[in-house]
Write a protein that binds this ligand. Structure first.
Ligand code: CMC
Length: 447
């Protein structure tokens, strides 16, 4: 590939004239194809390869999307080398310190910070739609009692489409907005109910007098015979966890939501698909895996053994909560939560909790270990969110569910952006076929 000087190449209809191009030469035929380079606001430019198959008869191959931008977006920006994360241009550090999760929801959905009156209206809508249909609540009893709450989440969020037929026209912007409001309002209730069901406790109804994070903690930790007092510092820590997980560009679950939604499936079905993708331990499931790993290590004396296992190329074990596909120097969310984790542990007097002691020691050893330093494997957001949630007393199997609660606004904002894009098309990747060449069917008696 060679870079070329400015050229009048318009690429696709609607794309600004490409200033620069890249030329690909096919050595088999000697043919050359010029591809437009498109610059975004920030971050690496992209080569528009949409015409490669049409003009050249070849596909591009990029398993794991290490070099592929899957879409255009105006929502979230990440610079993995510099450790930058911004929502709609606002640095995550400022939002975590000065904003609230509901304000961040507005920002992600609508693109701007709300005015005071717009925020009041938005908060009112989200707060007044927290209940779920009683029939939906009853549907929980159809799950096995020992079901993982994420399994229930996948089912119940998808089932919202069976209850809200009135907002499923994906071509109608107002329907899209109503569905988004419903998802953001109801997801904490759905999540808390999935936990209550799995431990055999009665469902705690949402309380609209409480803030978003406080209401969620109340539904999770209270019982109908006794409300649990949630200290403001704990609600604030939860709100911060929600803010930091609210969106993260085109990660596996968000890409899943976009792909599922690209077929014009309804948003509840698309978000349910995203929850499924989030569940895996390489993605949102890592926060739960962190705590399981800490329990397995059990004692600071055993950390060395696990560090050795993580370094052993023949051992599949990985230190959960370390490393990131995009952040190769540090995860800015982890920096913020690291401080919050230490504050919460001190506030709750949990510094001497044996599990958390293992976590803190593991963090300091891994930060200095040559293997982790050289490979740029730093603690990620899940390492610290797991520690905070555990200190608050939230059961491990709810960690990924909490990630899903936070990410719902990101998923639905990305879905809204995708579906309203002019010239929207279904996402349909191609492949490099490496299977058998054509052959004739052989009758079973002759095989
Ligand atoms: N422990 C030990 N070695 C590791 C780890 C780890 N956690 N992560 C990566 N490596 C090694 C890996 O073995 C490989 O070594 P080598 O070059 O010798 O083969 C090298 O580092 C690069 O790893 P990779 O798998 O090519 O990196 P990736 O970008 O594909 O994977 C990751 C990123 C997050 C999947 C991976 O770091 C990992 O599995 N981490 C543990 C799970 C985890 O904490 N996930 C949460 C991510 S943050 C939340 C979110 O955004 O979803």
């Amino acid at each position: 590939m060679t870079h070329n000087e400015p050229l009048n190449h318009t690429g696709r209809k609607g794309i600004a004239m490409a200033e620069k191009t890249i030329t690909i030469r096919d050595n088999r035929s000697g043919r050359e194809v010029e591809l437009p380079i498109i610059e975004g606001t920030d971050g690496p430019p992209v080569v528009d390869v949409t015409g490669v198959y049409r003009d050249f008869g070849i596909f591009t191959l990029d398993p794991g999307y290490r070099s592929t931008a899957s879409c255009r977006s105006r929502i979230t920006f990440i610079d993995g080398e510099k450790g930058i994360l911004r929502y709609r241009g606002y640095p995550i550090e400022q939002l975590a310190e000065k904003s609230s999760f509901l304000e961040v929801c507005y920002l992600l959905m609508y693109g701007e910070l709300p005015t005071a009156s717009a925020f009041e209206e938005f908060s009112e809508i989200i707060t007044r739609h927290t209940m779920i249909h009683e029939q939906l609540r009853q549907s929980y009893t159809g799950y096995r009692r020992d079901a993982h709450p994420m399994a229930i989440m996948v089912g119940v969020v998808g089932a919202l489409s069976a209850f809200y037929h009135d907002s499923l026209d994906v071509h109608d912007p107002r329907h899209r907005e109503i569905s988004a409001h419903r998802l953001i309002s109801k997801i904490p209730t759905i999540a808390a109910a999935s936990y209550k069901y799995s431990i055999g406790q009665p469902f705690v109804y949402p309380q609209n007098r409480l803030g978003y994070a406080e209401n969620f903690l109340n539904m999770l930790l209270s019982v109908p015979c006794e409300e649990r007092e949630i200290p403001p510092s704990i609600s604030r820590a939860m709100d911060k966890i929600f803010i930091l997980h609210a969106d993260h560009e085109q990660n596996a679950s968000t890409s899943t939501v976009r792909l599922a939604g690209s077929s014009l499936a309804n948003p509840f079905a698309a978000v349910s698909a995203g929850i499924g993708a989030l569940w895996g331990p390489a993605h949102g499931g890592a926060n739960e895996a962190v705590l399981k790993m800490l329990a397995e290590i059990g004692d600071v004396d055993r950390i060395g053994t696990y560090i050795d296992k993580a370094k052993d190329p023949d051992d599949p074990f990985r230190l959960m909560g370390f490393g990131h596909r995009v952040y190769k120097n540090y995860d800015p969310r982890a920096m913020i939560l690291r401080q919050a984790a230490h504050e919460v542990l001190t506030e709750l007097g949990r510094e001497n909790d044996p599990l958390l002691k293992v976590a803190m020691k593991l963090e300091s050893i891994a930060l200095e270990d040559d293997y982790f330093v050289k490979k740029k494997l730093y603690p990620n957001v899940d390492f610290y969110s797991g520690i905070i949630l555990s200190a608050i007393g939230i059961p491990t199997n709810m960690f990924t569910v909490i990630f899903a609660v936070s990410r719902t606004v990101g998923w639905i904002s990305q879905w809204m952006e995708m579906i309203s894009e002019p010239g929207h098309v279904i996402g349909r990747p191609r492949q490099l076929y490496e299977g058998a060449a054509v052959r004739d069917y052989v009758a079973i008696s002759q095989r």
